[in-house]
Design a protein around this ligand. Structure first.
Ligand code: NAD
Length: 456
């Protein structure tokens, strides 16, 4: 891949000119990016519709709006975030001044998936550029219409030695991973995440892995079932369930199961009607491979609601399955589609152990009024992030860092956390030369008790 080689050398050469060190220059680039996105807004929404059947409302709320908000956050706070931070010096280094500066890492690689194809490529890019890096963006081939518009939006404002996009499938990712980057930001499945990390290890390149997994929702005593059902229906069937933090399955107190299901069916019908396959606001499945995979999963539990398919439109209606087969792919792998298994529990501890015994989720949602249970869910279970009495919404708050833990990922981004991810925090101690205390120099005879006093 000669093109990648050439592009990398040009980017490194540009980075070394030091142009990106200027915070004012970076802000100018972010403003230009915002203007280019704004100019292409209707094309972006159309591409999202063509790839995933997203309505303009959904495309704006979950993709464009989030990117604009990231740009605005970075523009607003970049001066403060990039200012050197003074910290205390110790008596042992007297007289001196200590401070931390943030520096860009160099040329970074951003690889994104197809489910939120615009937002998941652009939001990390905003952070990377705000921190002063050059960036290579590799969007997913599955969402090819959005990938094409991303290329256009970026090429309109950025020269290729600053920001470059490579289109293509996994062979392109593999080719890119053969080069040394200064940071790799990958969003996708845990399986490919492992490949990325292995490749990165060859160059000791740091990685941020934004992965997925099965995100549980617990419906516990005291839950407002009407609100819980609305929130679950919204979070689960948004983008037809192809959302990394969508509720993957429900754990519900046995006595609440039936009323919850009734409320859930009501919420689904009021959002998508009784014929969701022909509702233009209900998105489609990305491709045949995922459609077939999801169709297989439909048989792994008792069909309680939905289950209709349209292979031509590539749509699957919002579906509820009860008594799911815990050993099937439905319950061992991330569903990533509009199928919601529901499992009943008698004691809260059963639900708690069910989650604790499995891989750390990317998100977890708790509905209920039991303060002790809530505390255990928040403080004891380990997962990326989540909500109490809602779903998905934590992602929309730019003040909350976003990322997984364990098999759901490593590293975080959004606003300040994104800026930090793409920066090196360099610690500097500046010594003043008007005084040189000889304590630390040999010979040490007679200095030991003095050392102890200075160090503590
Ligand atoms: P994926 O891992 O299959 O693909 C992601 C990227 O990796 C794509 O660009 C693809 O071309 C590339 N790729 C695929 N196979 C590869 C290989 N063998 N070597 C190198 N690169 C390869 O993921 P996907 O299907 O595009 O997205 C779905 C997954 O992403 C789900 O697990 C979901 O939870 C996760 N996800 C996570 C987040 C998050 O923010 N944490 C957001 C969205 C999606």
């Amino acid at each position: 891949m000669k093109e990648i080689q050439l592009c990398m050398s040009e980017m490194r050469a540009f980075f070394q000119t030091g142009t990106t060190l200027s915070v004012a220059w970076r802000k100018k680039q972010l403003k230009a990016l915002r203007a280019s996105i704004s100019e292409h807004e209707s094309d972006i929404l159309k591409a999202l519709h063509d790839d995933l059947g997203k309505s303009d409302f959904e495309g704006y709320a979950t993709e464009l709006g989030i990117v604009y908000s990231e740009i605005d956050q970075h523009l607003k706070h970049l001066d403060a975030w990039s200012r050197p931070k003074r910290v205390r010096s110790t008596a042992l280094s007297f007289p001196s001044r200590s401070f931390i500066i943030t520096q860009p890492l160099g040329v970074v690689l951003i690889m994104s998936p197809w489910n939120y194809p615009f937002q998941l490529a652009l939001a990390p890019l905003v952070a990377a550029l705000a921190a002063g890096n050059c960036a290579v963006v590799k969007p997913s081939r599955y969402s090819s219409n959005t990938s094409r518009i991303i290329v256009e939006v970026l090429a309109r404002v950025f020269p290729s030695d600053y920001v470059t996009t490579f289109e293509g499938g996994s062979e392109m990712n593999t080719a890119l991973l053969n080069y040394r980057f200064d940071h790799i930001f990958f969003t996708g499945s845990p399986t490919v995440g492992k490949i990325v990390m292995q490749k990165a290890a060859l160059f000791l390149t740091p990685v941020t892995l934004e992965l997925g997994g099965k995100s549980p929702t617990i419906i516990d005593e005291g839950a407002n079932l009407k609100l819980a059902a609305k929130s679950v229906a919204w979070g689960k069937f948004l983008n037809a369930g192809q959302t990394c933090i969508a509720p993957d399955y429900i754990l519900v107190r046995r006595d609440l199961q039936q009323p919850f299901i009734e409320e859930l069916i009501g919420a689904i019908q009021s959002m998508y009607g009784t014929d969701p396959l022909n509702n233009s606001e209900f998105p489609k499945i990305i491709n045949q491979k995922h459609f077939s995979r999801l169709t297989e999963l439909l048989g792994k539990g008792t069909l309680t609601y939905g289950g209709q398919l349209d292979p031509k439109l590539m749509k699957i209606a919002p579906t509820i399955l009860t008594e799911p087969d815990l050993l099937s792919l439905l319950m061992t792998e991330e569903i990533f589609g509009p199928i919601l298994p529901i499992i009943a529990f008698d004691q809260f501890e059963e639900a708690f152990s069910f989650v604790q015994e499995r891989a750390h989720p990317l998100a977890l949602y708790y509905f209920g009024k039991n303060k002790i249970h809530e505390k255990r869910v928040v403080h004891t279970l380990l997962y990326g992030g989540g909500c109490i009495n809602d779903t998905v919404l934590h992602l929309s708050n730019p003040h909350l860092p976003f990322g997984g833990v364990g098999s759901s990922g490593m590293g975080k981004y959004h606003a300040k956390e994104g800026f930090s991810t793409f920066s090196h925090s360099k610690s500097i101690l500046k010594k003043y030369t008007f005084l040189d205390i000889p304590l630390r120099y040999a010979p040490f005879k007679g200095k030991f008790s003095l050392l102890k006093r200075f160090m503590h």
